[in-house]
Design a protein around this ligand. Sequence first.
Ligand SMILES: Cc1cc2nc3c(=O)[nH]c(=O)nc-3n(C[C@H](O)[C@H](O)[C@H](O)COP(=O)(O)OP(=O)(O)OC[C@H]3O[C@@H](n4cnc5c(N)ncnc54)[C@H](O)[C@@H]3O)c2cc1C
Ligand code: FES
Length: 500
Amino acid sequence: MTSKSLWMSIAVAPQAIPLQGDERCDVVVVGSGIAGLSTAYELSQRGRSVIVIDRGPIAGGMTARTSAHLAPLCDDLMGEMQKIKGEDQSKLFYQSQAAAVDRIEEIQKREGIDCDFRRLDGYLFQGDDMPADVIDKELDAVRAVGAPVERLVGVPLNECDTRHALRYPRQATFHPLKYLAGVAEACAKRGVRFFANTAADEVVEENGAVTVKTARGLIRAGHAVVATNSSIVDRVALHSKTSPYRTYVIGFAINRGALPDALYWDTEEPYHYVRLQPGDNHMDFVLVGGEDHKSGEVDDADKRFERLEQWARGKMPMLKDVTHRWSGQVLDTIDYAGFIGKNPGSEYIYVATGDSGQGLTHGVMGAILNATLVTGGESKWTELYAPDRKPLKAAKNWVMENSTALKNLAEYVTPGEISSADELEPGEGAIIRQGLRKIAAYRDAKGNVHQHSAACTHLGCHLHWNSFESCWDCPCHGSIFGPEGQVLNAPAISGLTSIS
Ligand SMILES: Cc1cc2nc3c(=O)[nH]c(=O)nc-3n(C[C@H](O)[C@H](O)[C@H](O)COP(=O)(O)OP(=O)(O)OC[C@H]3O[C@@H](n4cnc5c(N)ncnc54)[C@H](O)[C@@H]3O)c2cc1C
Ligand code: FES
């Protein structure tokens, strides 16, 4: 993906080189986002020897595209979660996510990581033309799980002084890559080894242990934790319970102090959110996000950014220039909780997937849970996040989300978007029909045409071009491929088949 986030100027473990041959360790962690690095931290704290590998640079995945709200409450509203998971499980969910925020606070303090971590208020407010009763229902649901909350009228955004709202104290935010750079340093001091540009091609159990196969060598370990955001060790089961959504962020410059430092989000669907991040020379950044849609379903990022900017300038007339525009992907689950723990059918392989838009807290909570399980401990959160759970009350969400795959496969019989690659301008991609097959064609800046099969290498869904990020998105389970066919996001493991 070509866009750059506000965080990407910080390199995490830049010294990491590719794997240089076979290795051994107690636990191999595949994936180096917040889930993988936090897992390495927790395990090295418990005295385990750990190797972390990543297909790309360390921490170059979705964590580098986040918007950094550390939220103890359910991102999709506590009321919605309670309808599916009931009060007791929702209470446990809140406690586990709050424990993740506490853990980040504790680690940055203990390791002396300068990452702009701060506790601050969060405001959920009535969206434009939205009824106020959503706020009342959510107030009841939040009180039921025992989280601190205050009902009020008015938030400090333009024309929002009569909006009904909830104030949540002790939310938090930070600079995610400054934090992970510090976590990686702390890990390295405890002997964790990092290998960048090393993709896991296979993770297999044999003879009571695990082998991770890569093109650069084998890693043999007692256990593996697969933290690749979307799981690479499960072909179908977990993926049928998650759905990929693309989401957008704009960064604006703002004079320091012009907006109270807090987290703001509204009740619209999808919701808008606002966060602040310290900058230099009395200027800060305001991040405004939203406009989510199912991945690959539309290719209209410019219109989405326009609408976001209009909304943001309406709510904050003091905003200055746009400094950043980026997008990323989140994986919603059918019951709003992630899938963390033993991989279904495995003995020594653990997974952390299904971020549900709160992947930062899920990643850290997942690290605590997986490190406990890998080292033979027990946790009160095992059942809540069990990857093999089948939430019956979420059946409606399951049917709705899986209809994407059926709709998608029908696209193989539709005409191409263009009839020949001659119609492509430099930098453009489109689908061409050639007999019975569909081709994903892209013309690079030098005029060379790259043609690949339009079938995703995960389970064969039909890819869609994303012109803002110059990549091919798979609407089914979230694989992303570069314009030259290389994998950019799991669950795909191999690149697209080249067609000459
Ligand atoms: C725009 C946006 C805003 C967001 N806002 C928030 C927010 O405010 N709060 C919040 O909590 N969450 C938020 N999220 C979600 C959150 O940022 C992510 O869910 C989280 O960072 C994902 O972390 P991760 O470690 O699971 O995955 P990643 O950071 O994606 O890491 C996975 C890593 O696995 C590697 N990998 C994949 N396949 C292989 C392989 N075969 N071999 C080796 N390595 C592999 C990838 O290269 C990648 O580096 C947001 C996300 C986006 C996109
Ligand atoms: S991600 Fe599963 S088919 Fe593409």
